[in-house]
Design a protein around this ligand. Sequence first.
Ligand code: FES
Ligand SMILES: [Fe+2]
Length: 460
Amino acid sequence: MESCNLSLLIKVLAVISISLTAGLLLDVRDPSDLIFMSGYPELWRKTGLAGAPARAAACILVGVSLLALGWLYRLLFAPLELLRTPDEVGYISEDGRSRAQAANEVRRRRKTGELPPIYPNGWFRVLDSHMLDRGEVKSVTVLGEQVAVFRGQDGKAHVVDAYCPHLGANLAVGGRVVGGCIECPFHGWQFRGEDGKCVHIPYAEKVPEFAKVRRWPSMEINGLILVWFHCDGLEPSWTIPEQEEIARGQWVYRGRTEHFINAHIEEIPENAADIAHLAHLHTPGIVSGVDLRYTNSKTWEFIRHDWKVEWEPEPEPNKHCSQMLVKHALTVFGRHWPILDVNVVARQVGPGVVFLLFDSSFLGRGVIMHSVTPVEPLLQCVSHSIFYQGNIPPLVPKFILRAECIQFERDVMIWNNKKYSSKPVLVKEDSAIQRHRRWYSQFYTENSPRLRYQYDTLDF
Ligand code: FES
Ligand SMILES: [Fe+2]
């Protein structure tokens, strides 16, 4: 919230400074006016400012211009960071209620329906790689568990249960990385990231064999740190593939968005097989925004997105993958602009990771790494990180990510307020939804956890 206010302030200051500068420069009829005379420029005299006030105004102008330049630099070159709080998007807060109250009410009153198991087996993102420095530890909630994610001095990332087996201190809150181990902040026991084994107890002669913390299988690829979850504790049976262009440095990181969604995890990937919703929810131009009460406004109906979509599971040995093929076209006043045609292959790998591969003759190529990680049974953290051709101006991928985010937030408003329908009333044209459900069910096994109770509030 603070960063939002700060960016608003910077924008206001930039506009003021640009207006002031423009106003002053417009008043210069002779370029020699810009030369300082008698300690201050003649220009100031012409604008009615003289002496100390003129110098003060000049200082303010220079300061504000520097801020404006900083803002412009961030806009053009710095990665986009759009991190939404859990109650920020997709709720209607009327009658003087805050967004947090509205979100809590929706969550408390909503019918959950007959839900599939809450945590599928598979790989889930815990952090982006750039969020964890060497020797750093972070606390993350994933699949209802508290974990400590740390990066050893050798650069390798590890994920272990956050609670120390000794007396339960949280290793991620004040814990210290020592070599490839995490040291507990309470009594200094050290646990090895590789296998979770305790290798040092500062005050004990011998480290018992049974002293170990649970280690989660993890991997780091395409700028993501991921953990493997299997309800029976089985080791990974497949992995997340490497995106070569990222590994080779041809596609570079240009930003990320983060959303928290109040829904069952399966609702989110199911969107790819719900072909009919594209022509309804995602057709209004992105300029008409994200609030579904207003997206069909007449003002903006001259801009439309057209979608052609297919969804198919992949055959063995990639039966844990599926593909959504998207052809996107933009029409303005009914006229198609082929230059802005974008082809997207959304390749889902397992229950929680999607590679959104962009290919456009005009806008270039890149990928959005989309990941869904259950935080709680009905609260999903969705992250989009964009990697794009290094030789394309950063503004292009930042615009693509922003546009994708607008379309995504329309879905968020649906997900946050809907219930899960275990027996939906479908027509023939909806058949991909049922095929998707059958495909996704491979990630549940007999012991997959089910929802046993419902949280009353989100306590935002
Ligand atoms: S609680 Fe961790 S070392 Fe004692
Ligand atoms: Fe959608």
